[in-house]
Ligand binder design. Structure first.
Ligand SMILES: NC(=O)c1ccc[n+]([C@@H]2O[C@H](COP(=O)([O-])OP(=O)(O)OC[C@H]3O[C@@H](n4cnc5c(N)ncnc54)[C@H](O)[C@@H]3O)[C@@H](O)[C@H]2O)c1
Length: 346
């Protein structure tokens, strides 16, 4: 009788660290802990209280720096790291993790400009590890189903797309005024990545207009409402409208119109309860924000990272995707400032 080679020689669990115990850190910690394919090795945050509080929930160690955590595991191999810290901190953390031979999942965007994204991928290549950037729409059941519909010809040839990103809750003044505020820099990458993926095409030119909804934001140069028009090489025209002011719930919609029909992703309500009475038909609000709307997608996304670590599956968002997305976001910011169309393939 022939026996198959024992599966115990295959790695079944990836030992991973999480860096960041803020908004995304909370979401990632839950997803790591809930997935039996991960061995949760600890949480790193320079805010030690934040790291400890979150680490205690998941019965995992906490560290005040990545170097401490890597040193702690010098005799037990670590396999990967999940970076959920503010974007300006990604580059040094990615470089340190790559030098320690760890494959990396990072929150979007990899970095703030397309040239720095390129440089980071060059560093990664030299260390022969993976750099996986999170764009969770690719793992969301509704957005995935829209992708499959369009790719299988369900609406013919896409002619136009109309996307709305309504942020909720409206971020604090402090967040808006201290660096994170510009809605193009903060939020547009998600839909730019998604629609490039759906259309299988690259953006030819970008035109964008941004406004500030009050005087204080205007004086500080913070754009909190914007419309970005993307002309794709095969001729599809995409309008992406972004706003911080969706005070009625997290409003994320995408509608693609083609030669043989139209397909769209709609919002999801907090529950499916509906009350009909003499004043009308009353439905619950849209889901509160990104942790609720993309909970399933965030879990699927980290499971795909486990595939990369354990099965060596390539990450679906490539280096060229990350660079191209960032080029479009850079161009949208440039267009807002200059009032001109920016050609990406001049
Ligand atoms: N995918 C999404 O929908 C989504 C949503 C929000 C934010 N993001 C991205 O996630 C990242 C984090 O955003 P957030 O809103 O969770 O931030 P946050 O401010 O809520 O949390 C960041 C945490 O990182 C810690 N930190 C900062 N620098 C550090 C360092 N050098 N080493 C260790 N810890 C450090 C801070 O103390 C804080 O606890 C950003 O890149 C952002 O663009 C993605």
């Amino acid at each position: 009788m022939t026996f198959l080679s024992p599966t115990t020689s295959l790695l079944q669990q990836a030992r991973v660290l999480l860096v960041g115990s803020g908004r995304m850190g909370h979401i990632r910690a839950k997803a790591i802990f809930s997935n039996p394919r991960f061995d949760f090795a600890g949480i790193v945050d320079d805010n030690v209280d934040g790291a400890k509080k979150l680490a205690d929930v998941y019965r995992t160690p906490h560290f005040s720096s990545l170097s401490d955590a890597i040193h702690h595991y010098s005799s037990t191999p670590l396999h990967g790291i999940i970076i959920s810290t503010p974007t300006p901190t990604h580059e040094p953390l990615i470089t340190e993790a790559a030098s320690a031979n760890l494959s990396i999942f990072t929150e979007k965007p990899v970095d703030e400009t397309s040239s720095s994204v390129k440089e980071i991928f060059n560093t990664i290549r030299a260390h022969n590890v993976s750099l996986c950037c999170g764009f969770q729409r690719r793992f969301d059941p509704s957005y995935l189903s829209l992708f499959n519909t369009i790719r299988s010809g369900g609406i013919g040839t896409p002619l136009t797309a109309s996307i709305f990103f309504g942020d909720h809750p409206v971020p604090s003044r402090q967040f808006l005024l201290q660096g994170g505020g510009n809605i193009i820099s903060d939020c547009s990458a998600h839909d730019v990545d998604y629609i490039r993926w759906v259309l299988g095409d690259d953006v030819k030119s970008v035109y964008a207009v941004g406004t500030s909804s009050d005087e204080e934001l205007g004086k500080a140069g913070v754009i909190d409402n914007a419309t970005v028009v993307l002309n794709f090489q095969k001729g599809t025209v995409v309008t992406l409208t972004l706003s911080r002011g969706a005070n009625y719930g997290y409003d994320q919609r995408c509608e693609v119109f083609g030669t043989a029909g139209m397909a769209s992703v709609k919002n999801i309500t907090e529950s499916s309860t509906e009350v009909s009475n003499a004043t009308g038909i009353h439905r619950p609000k849209w889901q509160h924000s990104f942790p609720q709307r993309f909970e399933v997608a965030f879990g699927q996304e980290l499971d795909a990272f486990a595939d990369t670590l354990l099965l060596k599956k390539p990450w679906p968002v490539s280096e060229s995707d990350c660079v191209a997305v960032q080029k479009v976001c850079d161009a949208a910011l440039e267009s807002c400032e200059s009032g001109q169309v920016v050609n990406l393939f001049a």
